[in-house]
Design a protein around this ligand. Sequence first.
Ligand code: ADP
Length: 209
Amino acid sequence: MRGSIRRFTGAVDFEARASMLRQQPLTLWLTGLSGSGKSTIAYELERHLVALGHPCYVLDGDNIRHGLTSDPGFRPEDRRENIRRVAHVAQLMNDAGLIVITSLISPMREDRAMARNIIGAERFFETYLSASVDTCAARDPKGLYVKAKAGIIPSFTGISAPYEHPEQPDLEIDTALLDEATSVSLIFNYLRTKSFGDLDGCGANRDRH
Ligand code: ADP
């Protein structure tokens, strides 16, 4: 069936959109345990980028599970499907010119490799927030570790389900050692060099400053 569906190519290509928005679209893929700081950092980065006039969007695992990925659960194959869909959305958003920041535990190396493959290795930047399970459980911002340890939440990453840390992340930030502001600023500077460093101050708002 799918063999009879043809791709239609529009006249506006990736380069045209990137040059219009004055940024190299990319996906910053945040991975780490629950409570490692993914959502906190993702939304703070988004705030900085938008303030500078750089179109971007956060794909937050918890939010997306209310809609696009409301059907998969938390078995390994469900997590994989969750990641597959989010990666395709990120790829489309990059194609539309946006910087994308994803916030998903994405515990398995193989699944993150799949996301890299879908998005394109040249646009995918794996960023590991490396706080340990003890640190994350002590923070327990959503009260999930308490429930997981009590057996109320099954298959909880770090407690009753595995987390495979990245072997060669593009960037690693230990959020147990660095505070929020420092973590955000390190990642922001990294992202800037990859996306618009040579066009600094040249986001879509540049004429308005
Ligand atoms: P996740 O999205 O990974 O589950 P959250 O962002 O929801 O994690 O929660 C992280 C918690 O850790 C927040 O309460 C945040 O204030 C705290 N925190 C402490 N240090 C940092 C840091 N360096 N970066 C991000 N969050 C941090």
